[in-house]
Design a binder for this molecule. Structure first.
Ligand code: SF4
Length: 398
């Protein structure tokens, strides 16, 4: 018998999109914690009850083990989990009805509480250089952006892992927006699943909104589906996860995944990095490098450091020399990134000559470095420019 005063396992195993496995207190039939996280004010939560519980659970983003749990719960044969995975991850169907090797009865059972959970972008903006910025809306009414970057025979998608970000990096519009919510694996993967150009993708980078290691459970689940044999069978060498370097998450990510890693460094000096990347106060560069030194990056897994170049701030030769010293003995590369000005921040990007001299010094001293081409600046899609702050402030749950 349901008792609303008790902490119980999620009543919404057939309903709640986010907290199936979390032990939370419920308010009536609704996951009150879920509504709170979705930004609904306490006095208003009752109004959203019906809408919330009407939602079906997305299958997209479920690992094979999780799909097995679902089918067994519904009294379907265990092997149907593999069939569902194949329909979603290989054939990329848009509805349960298309899973024609499941019996009609089983499709009906599945349809009662579950759906694929894909939803097309609600808006897109195209850059003169071919880059496309997509806006997605989550079932909770949040907004996130993803950026599609075609480049010759490569096409990269920059995906988001959170709505906003807690890290508050000085040069980043997502950081200025603040944090609203974590994305589920389903919402992370939907950015790829529902991308009009998904068939052309060659690379995926977790460099959109959010700090992936701050939402590691969901990011790892998405990475598993992307790389597993039952999933999308992507090579981990085509996927890069970028992070400011949260120690525990970093260790777990390096143990649990073979995808490439990009660490946002931006300064070799701890005091200066604290200004640019406040996460340095909690996890120093020295600590991050200690973790990285324990892993072998000499083979196929790539470690890179991101370095945004700010005029007169971190682009002098003293910084290049310190970088060479700091990263000595670590198999890595440096990506030099042009800074793209954002409103309200008094920082300027380095000029071309300085960037090239910096790169030449690093490469000449054994630290392979590249200058990342700037893409999508005219549509606010370049590095550090993603933000849905405006959309979020006017968001509705309906
Ligand atoms: S740069 Fe990345 S980690 Fe820093 S605030 Fe922006 S999204 Fe967050």
């Amino acid at each position: 018998m349901y008792d609303k005063n008790k902490e119980i396992g999620c009543l919404h195993s057939g309903r709640c999109v986010r907290f199936r496995k979390t032990r939370v207190r419920f308010d009536g039939n609704v996951c009150a914690f879920g509504l709170k996280r979705a930004g609904v004010r306490a006095g208003w939560r009752g109004r959203f009850k019906t809408e919330w519980i009407m939602g079906k659970i997305p299958l997209l983003g479920r690992t094979l083990d999780e799909l097995k749990e679902i089918v067994l719960e519904l009294g379907m044969p265990k092997f149907s989990a593999g069939q569902i995975a194949s329909w979603m991850y290989e054939k990329k169907v848009a509805s349960v009805d298309e899973m024609t090797n499941l019996s009609l009865k089983n499709r009906e059972k599945l349809n009662e509480s579950y759906e694929i959970g894909c939803s097309a972008p609600v808006h897109e903006v195209r850059s003169v250089d071919g880059t496309v910025k997509y806006l997605f809306r989550t079932p909770e009414g949040n907004y996130i952006e993803s950026v599609y970057i075609p480049d010759g025979d490569r096409a990269t998608l920059c995906v988001s892992s959170q709505v906003g970000c807690k890290m508050n990096c000085k040069f980043c519009m997502t950081g200025k927006q603040g944090f609203a919510d974590d994305l589920t694996a389903s919402q992370i993967l939907n950015q790829i699943y529902s991308l009009p150009e998904r068939g052309t993708l060659t690379n995926i980078v977790f460099m959109g909104m959010g700090e992936p290691l701050d939402n590691l459970d969901e990011v790892l689940r998405a990475l598993e589906v992307l790389t597993a044999d039952y999933g999308w069978k992507w090579s981990p060498r085509r996927i890069t996860v970028s992070s400011v370097g949260l120690r525990k998450g970093l260790e777990r990510f390096l143990r649990s995944s073979e995808c490439h890693l990009a660490v946002s460094l931006h300064s070799p000096f701890s005091e200066q990095r604290k200004e640019l990347v406040p996460a340095e106060k909690a996890y120093s560069t020295a600590e991050i490098l200690d973790v990285l030194r324990q892993y072998d990056f000499s083979k196929q897994r790539r470690l890179s450091f991101e370095y945004i170049m700010f005029k007169g701030l971190n682009d002098g030769m003293i910084y290049a020399k310190e970088l060479v010293k700091l990263l000595r003995g670590i198999d890595c590369r440096i990506n030099l990134i042009r800074y793209h000005s954002i409103p309200g921040v008094k920082l300027e990007g380095s000029d071309e000559e300085t960037i090239l001299a910096f790169r030449n010094y690093l490469t000449g001293h054994g630290l392979f470095s590249t200058v990342r081409a700037s893409r999508g600046e005219d549509i606010f899609a370049a590095c550090g420019m993603l933000s849905t702050a405006e959309k979020q402030s006017g968001k509705r749950l309906s």
